[in-house]
Design a protein around this ligand. Sequence first.
Ligand code: PHE
Length: 452
Amino acid sequence: MSYKKTSGHGEWSSRFAFILAATGSAVGLGNIWKFPYITGQNGGGAFVLVYLLCVAGIGLPIMMAEIMMGRRGHQDPISTMQLLAHQSRRDPRWQYLGGLGVLAGFLIMSYYSVIAGWSLSYIVKTLFGYFINTDATRVKHLFEQMMANPLQQIIWHSVFMAATLLVVVRGVRAGLERSVRFLMPALFIILMLLIAYAMTSGSYQQGLDFLFHADFSKIDSHAVLTAMGHAFFTLSLGMGSIMVYGSYLPRHVSIPQTTLIIAGADTLVALLAGLAIFPLVFANNLEVASGPGLIFQTLPLAFGQMTGGWLFGILFFILLFFAALTSSISLIEPAIAWLTQNRQLSREQACIRAGLSCWLLGIAVVFSFNIGSEYTLMGKNLFELLDYLTANLMLPLGGMGIAIFAGWKMHTRDAERELGLSAPLFLIWQFLCRYLAPGAVFLVFLHVVGIL
Ligand code: PHE
């Protein structure tokens, strides 16, 4: 069977390759860096529960829809939306939904690269033994030192950006497929080791309680929005990444089955990261709501004290870097695919243009942590603003659009054939896409702006 290689980023050799690539896109900084710190900021258990409900009730059906639309469209998200709208005789303006996704990916990439740069800097710090026999104060101090130093962050941000572009410019070939095959299980094993460490030397019960004991008095509408936004972010939904990846999925592969595997693996990694981190936070009297620095201020403590911690520390940050890399290529790929297909640029030119503008925006993000931290809008610095705008607004909106298109605008017959679900399951999926997913996003938005 032959597939149109429109975006030139390769085609999956098998179902397994697709699962790895899509899991690679889903599992990233969102699981290991972001999930623990936003859980910390939003009070723990109840937040986790809302997040899990959003993954199951909204994330799963939208992921199926997005892969399904990608496979039918075979192109970048904008052209795919154009084609699907045309096929089902709908308004061509549905292509703007693809445009919103391309833009969201681009904006996320600018700050994602800065944070991934932190992981690179921590590989080196660990390598040079900065954390051997360390204590909480010193670890905190090292993190603050890095935050205050724009040049250090810009260098690592540049290295990460260059690494991403080097992969993207070649297209995703056997090299990446092969490396993910090894990296994903390795990441899993290191996380298990960290959990074992946290179990023996941390306040394990307290960590467990924090993560799973739901106290709803601790969350408000903004926390619910954050949990919902994070469900989109962590599953790479609502912006075309999964759509582009789905465009290379062989016809015979079952979309519902692969979706369950990808979302399951993603959720598992996030929960494991929480289990590894919170016991250490409590045992060391660290601030659970300390924000984006949380993992960088807790895990080095574990590495500094456990046997073999030096090596595990290096390995962990290398894996974090790879997890970020397999996500970042999917963040920028929709923009590259669009530039090459619709702006007649070569892949190299597209990478240079998109990469350069992302890189520049990333530098502004670096400044928002130090010399530019007083520039705020609605009380948020540039990093917080970009994060809020993309994860909490653009991705849920994009996801809502995808659910509406798949549920209402596509011919039922086409969706049914593409998904291959049995009749009752298909009806459930259609109900979730038609009513629950868009309705939930809409209600949360209303609530946040204070209308409800
Ligand atoms: N899912 C990735 C993570 O959790 C981030 C991402 C978002 C990647 C959107 C692609 C698209 O880190």
